[in-house]
Design a protein around this ligand. Structure first.
Ligand code: NAD
Ligand code: UD1
Length: 334
């Protein structure tokens, strides 16, 4: 299939492009590079030894999107493009609502106009809110605590309504848990700007000596060791989940959790990182972070049952591959 991958130069998008190319699909990337680099497109081609068509466009721009659909016979869209920093979304809600929602509507409209019937959307476990664990796809969604999370819940509703009104338009809503890790080559991975907000990139930067020590946000949660528990998933497993979701997409709206079903605490992750890489990660316990939930992980059984997909890589592989990318990554000053 010819797949339009929006946000394909980004962290999850780039790994998914590699997986799509390796599965024999053709890839057209549309990315405005607001949180990524053009070189990543070259690296995707280097890793796979395959060609990729790249457009530097903003997918909220309906005229630019129309050109893509006119120039290519597109069989499906995977829509990764979006802004994702939770804290920034509280400060700049309009940017988040505009970018994430308008892009989804512009792309869905182009799909209807050009009879493109397969649409895969990057959603997030954040749409469950503070629900009981494990999170199951059939749960009633609770409000999220920030505009970023709301954009994901709203896009899910918009796409669901469009699919109901247009039965041939098939939608897969993929709710990611906590993506970490990097391609085994160490050539692509997550390279956040500034001080990372998320745990794994913070840990790798401490290991590299860029940051002094990890601050563990709270050890008084009702979890086994008191620190927050999450369902970390290797980005390559996530990427493979997209390929299967697209290939097996049938009419209607399908919601899947993409997680491992395993919870790992902050201290367990630190220990796994030290064991995988033989590097000590100094840390201190500090106060809880506002808005954090004690514990969440997926019920990952639906994706296994319906798509035959489950995550294969364990927490040690996630820590090893995250570190390999960080240690290869020549960011300024290092
Ligand atoms: P990322 O920032 O690395 O990738 C997003 C890409 O989209 C970037 O390359 C950026 O330049 C591009 N982009 C943003 N707005 C655009 C626009 N209007 N037009 C064209 N390109 C645009 O983020 P990621 O971690 O790869 O996340 C991909 C998607 O998955 C996002 O929608 C994100 O919300 C969602 N998601 C991510 C996580 C996570 O932890 N990384 C978890 C759940 C959901
Ligand atoms: C964050 C986002 C969420 C997003 C998810 C995956 C917030 C409030 N939520 O959630 O919307 O879907 O990432 O991208 O930002 N931790 C530390 N020290 C750190 C960083 C994190 O102790 O420096 C702890 C956190 O308290 C948490 C765990 O590590 O218990 C994971 O944190 P993080 O990687 O930020 O992910 P989420 O909290 O799940």
């Amino acid at each position: 299939m010819n797949i339009l991958v929006t946000g394909g130069a980004g962290y999850i998008g780039s790994h998914t492009c590699v997986a799509l190319l390796e599965a024999g699909h053709s890839v057209i990337i549309a990315d405005n590079l607001c949180n990524s680099k053009r070189e990543t497109v070259e690296t995707i081609m280097q890793i796979t030894n395959k060609e990729v068509t790249f457009y530097e466009v903003d997918v909220t721009n309906s005229e630019a999107v129309d050109v893509l659909f006119r120039n290519h016979k597109i069989d499906g869209v995977i829509h990764f493009a979006g802004l994702k920093a939770v804290g920034e979304s509280v400060e700049k809600p309009l940017d988040y609502y505009y970018n994430n929602i308008v892009s989804t509507m512009v792309l869905a409209k182009a799909c209807l106009t050009y009879s493109v019937n397969k649409f895969v959307f990057s959603s997030s476990a954040t749409v469950y809110g503070d629900n009981e664990v494990p999170f199951v796809e059939t749960m009633r969604l609770l409000p999220t605590t920030n505009p970023y999370g709301e954009t994901k819940a709203m896009c899910e509703r918009i796409l669901t309504d469009i699919a109901k009104a247009n039965p041939s338009f098939s939608v897969s809503l993929l709710r990611y848990f906590n993506p970490v890790g990097a391609h085994e080559s160490g050539l692509i991975g997550e390279a956040p700007n500034g001080i990372p907000n998320n745990l794994m990139p913070y840990v790798t930067q401490v290991a590299k000596g860029k940051l002094e020590k990890l601050r563990v946000f709270g050890n008084d949660y009702p979890t086994a060791d008191g620190t927050g528990v999450r369902d970390y998933i290797h980005v390559l497993d996530l990427a493979e989940g997209h390929v299967v979701a697209l290939e097996k997409l049938t009419e209607g709206v399908h919601v899947y959790n993409l997680g491992t079903g395993q919870g790992t605490s902050v201290l367990e992750l630190v220990k796994a990182f030290e064991e995988a890489n033989g590097i000590e990660v100094p840390y201190e316990i500090v106060a809880r972070r506002a808005g954090d939930i004690a514990s969440f992980y997926a019920d990952a059984s639906k994706a296994k049952r319906e798509l035959g997909w489950s995550a294969k890589r364990d927490i040690i592989a996630m820590c090893r591959d995250s570190w390999r990318f960080e240690s290869n990554n020549k960011t300024e000053g290092f």
